[in-house]
Structures are given as structure tokens and as C-alpha cells.
Design a protein around this ligand. Structure first.
Ligand SMILES: *Cc1c(COP(=O)(O)O)cnc(C)c1O
Length: 426
């Protein structure tokens, strides 16, 4: 029996499903999750000592790869002088200045410990600022697991949301309208009808939580237009895209400025750190300046902030994102060509250091299109790749991530493994 199996069996006794976040349990693809013991650069080693090329990177944070020496050093040096004070530190000011310099829409920021807290706080802030309750989200976008955002579409055109989890009150979910991503006309229709009652739109400017879905030309611009016209707050959830699709995030890449945005994952360099921020006139509604309450014992944790700053320094080097984008594109081109060679229906795309592989002929533009891909075929592909030492996300509905540590050799190995996997699927 493999040690992964033993550890999984042991973990399930005292941890629901054996994992601390559901997708890690491999339920969608079947089989035993790998328990990791070590990561260096683009590679991870599991409990049996097997090596993998890692395309998850802790679900996005590790844009420099595992255990980057500068980040490890920043963490150790900072920890030696104290893990946490629950009081302000100079590093938090430095982090806030750095973020406001790098991201176009940021004038003020607040630090939190998770992306969920950041998005939850922006929704409360938007409601407090506008005095309205309704929010708009898009099916397939994930914004963390707070009640107002764990909502799915109901039936019909004007979709008042339904709880997407037991335990979310229907009364609360009803304040969330769920529309289709890239549906420009749907957005216009809802705002024409009830725009003046909508506190905010929250959106992933590039979606990475229903595989990878990119915005169609005009979609983000339309969101900006209707929010400006109706006095609603436009929130870009850049927890995944921030510092990954471009240094200034998707808002820099597409040239659309939100009122508020959220960051996580990359911003903490692998430590628990997230951010929300934006227009100063809105941010000044937060306590202690204003009436919207928000807080956190470990918010702005010195070790996490030091790790984040150490990572961001590397991303500011000229050419960083151009190189990351080129590596990611080479990976996608190679795997798509391998599928074509084997006659498999398959497509792929990347935005910066994020990529999507689809077992469908066309690249999907919305949730129903993503769901129409051949899931069973993905699962077989996933397990072939895993056996070959390629660690992809264990679900057909997650994006993949490349780091600066991935080399041409890693990409070549991955493409070779994909060629073999596709041959068995044909
Ligand atoms: C990961 C993610 C979140 C949630 O962040 P956590 O740190 O897991 O709470 C929110 N929004 C998006 C777009 C994400 O990808």
C-alpha cells in the first residue's frame, strides 16, 4: 500500500473527507490524493518519494515556484523577531504603498488573512457605502465561501440566487442576482430594470474557477458603464488573477478600472495573506473611520507580509510576466498540438501565467459551455498524467498555473507525457 493511501485513511478519521478544502479530496477524478512532503521550484515530492511537475502551485500563490530562497529567508528572518503583535508594523505601510503603486485602481487597501474575508468585506463595504442590498455575480465565478457569495442561479431570465450550500439562508441568497458570464445584454437588461437597487457587481475579470474563461471584448467595459451610470460599486475579484495575468492584474491587462478589488494567493507568497482596496472615498467608510465594521486578529501578519513583499519584488523585474506568459503559452501550444496529433477533441488557452485545457472543440465562454466538456475523458487524462509525474488540478473545472521556475525541460516533459496520454484516449 502506498503511504498516500495510508495517510489518506488516517486523515479521514478526524478530518471530514480527510482534507481541509474539498477539491483536494480528488472526489471529481477519483483515486487517492497525493500527500506532499517537499517542494522545490516547479517540482513536488509525495509521501512515496515520487516526483511531480506541479501545475497547481498551491492553487496560484507560488508564482516563483516552491521554497524560493528569498521568500524562505524573509519568513525565517521575520519570524525570529516575532510572529505577530496584533498592532501595526512598518512593513504593512510598505505593503500598502507597494500595492497602490502596482495596481491601477488602488488608493487605499486593507489586509486580511484569506481571499474569502477580502471578498466578503468588499460586499459589506459596497452595501454600506451605497445603502443597497442587492449584488450581482456570475455563474461559475467563485468568490470564497461567505454566505452572500455561495449562491447559484435559479431558473428563468432574471435569476434571483439560490443557496449553493446547505446552511446559507434563502433570504440572504435572494439578494444575490446570478447572471451568465460574458452576457452583455443580460447585464444591461438587469441594470435597466433595477440598477438603482444594486449595491455592487462582483466578478472575476478572468475566471479561473470554472476552468479558465476569458472576458469577451466589451464585457468588462459594460460592467464599468452600468455601475458608473447607476452608482453601483464595481468589484474585481483578482484573488487569482492579481499579479499573475499581469503585474497590475487583469485591470491593467484589460484597461478597465474597478471601484474595489480583492487580491490573495500570489500577494502572500504562499502565506495566508489577502487584500481588498480601491477608491479612497469608499475605503474611508471602513471602521475606525466609518460605519462599516471589518477586523482580523492576524490581519497584516508580519511573517505573511514579509513573504508577500519578497515575492512581489521579483515580479517587478522587467520582463517577468512576458517570460511567464511565454512559458505558459508554450505549454498550451504543445499540449494542444499533442491532442491534435492523436485526433482528440481538445482546446486550450492561457492568460499570463494561467491556463485552461478543455475536452471540447471550442474554448468555452460561459458556465454552461464549460460544463458541456467531456468530463470522463478529462478524468482519464488526469490519471495518465499523474502516473507520468505531472500534477494537474484534480478537476476538469479548475484552471492551471505555471511558475517562473518551470523550465523548457519541464514543458517538454509535460508535452511528452500528454502525447502518450492522448494516445491511450484515442
Ligand atoms: C481562491 C479564491 C478566493 C478565495 O480565497 P481563499 O483564500 O481561498 O479564501 C476568492 N476569489 C477567487 C477568484 C479565488 O480564486
Amino acid at each position: 500500500m502506498s503511504r498516500n493511501d495510508t495517510l489518506f485513511a488516517r486523515s479521514q478519521t478526524h478530518i471530514p473527507g480527510g482534507v481541509n478544502s474539498p477539491v483536494r479530496a480528488f472526489r471529481s477524478v477519483g483515486g487517492t490524493p497525493r500527500f506532499f512532503e517537499r517542494g522545490v521550484g516547479a517540482h513536488v515530492w509525495d509521501a512515496d518519494g515520487k516526483r511531480y511537475i506541479d501545475y497547481i502551485g498551491s492553487w496560484g500563490p507560488l508564482i516563483l515556484g516552491h521554497a524560493h530562497p528569498d521568500i524562505v529567508e524573509a519568513v525565517c528572518a521575520t519570524a525570529r523577531s516575532g510572529m505577530s503583535y496584533g498592532a501595526p508594523t512598518e512593513r504593512e505601510a510598505e505593503m500598502a504603498e507597494t500595492l497602490c503603486r502596482l495596481v491601477p485602481s488602488l488608493e487605499m487597501v486593507r489586509l486580511t488573512s484569506s481571499g474569502t474575508e477580502a471578498t466578503m468585506s468588499t460586499v459589506r463595504l459596497a452595501r454600506g457605502f451605497t445603502g443597497r442590498n442587492r449584488i450581482v455575480k456570475f455563474e461559475g465565478c467563485y468568490h470564497g465561501h461567505s454566505d452572500s457569495l455561495l449562491v447559484k442561479a435559479g431558473s428563468g431570465m432574471l435569476t434571483f440566487g439560490h443557496p449553493d450550500s446547505a446552511g446559507v439562508p434563502a433570504e440572504l441568497a435572494a439578494h444575490t442576482l446570478v447572471l451568465q458570464y460574458n452576457d452583455i445584454e443580460g447585464v444591461k437588461r438587469v441594470f435597466a430594470e433595477m440598477g438603482d437597487t444594486i449595491a455592487a457587481i462582483i466578478v472575476e475579470p478572468v475566471v479561473g474557477n470554472m476552468n479558465l474563461v476569458a472576458p469577451e471584448p466589451g464585457f468588462l467595459e459594460t460592467l464599468r458603464e452600468v455601475c458608473t451610470k447607476h452608482g453601483s460599486v464595481l468589484i474585481f475579484d483578482e484573488v487569482m488573477t492579481g499579479f499573475r495575468v499581469a503585474l497590475g492584474g487583469a485591470q491593467a491587462l484589460y484597461g478597465v478600472k474597478p471601484d474595489l478589488s480583492t487580491f490573495g494567493k500570489v500577494v502572500g507568497g504562499g502565506m495566508p495573506l489577502a487584500v481588498f482596496g480601491g477608491r479612497a472615498d469608499i475605503m474611508k467608510h471602513l471602521a475606525p473611520l466609518g460605519p462599516v465594521y471589518q477586523a482580523g486578529t492576524l490581519s497584516g501578519n508580519p511573517v505573511a507580509v514579509a513573504a508577500g513583499l519578497a515575492q512581489l519584488k521579483h515580479l517587478e523585474k522587467p520582463g517577468f510576466h512576458a517570460a511567464l506568459t511565454a512559458t505558459t503559452r508554450a505549454l498550451v501550444d504543445g499540449v494542444v498540438a499533442a491532442a491534435k496529433g492523436a485526433g482528440i477533441t481538445f482546446s486550450g488557452q492561457s492568460v499570463g501565467g494561467m491556463f485552461g485545457f478543455y475536452f471540447s472543440a471550442a474554448i468555452p465562454k460561459s458556465y454552461p459551455e464549460v460544463m458541456s466538456a467531456d468530463r470522463e475523458r478529462f478524468n482519464r487524462f488526469f490519471h495518465h498524467m499523474l502516473d507520468a509525474g505531472i500534477y494537474l488540478a484534480p478537476s476538469a473545472f479548475e484552471a492551471g498555473f505555471v511558475s517562473a521556475a518551470h523550465t523548457e525541460q519541464d514543458v517538454a516533459e509535460t508535452v511528452a507525457a500528454a502525447r502518450k496520454a492522448f494516445a491511450t484516449l484515442a
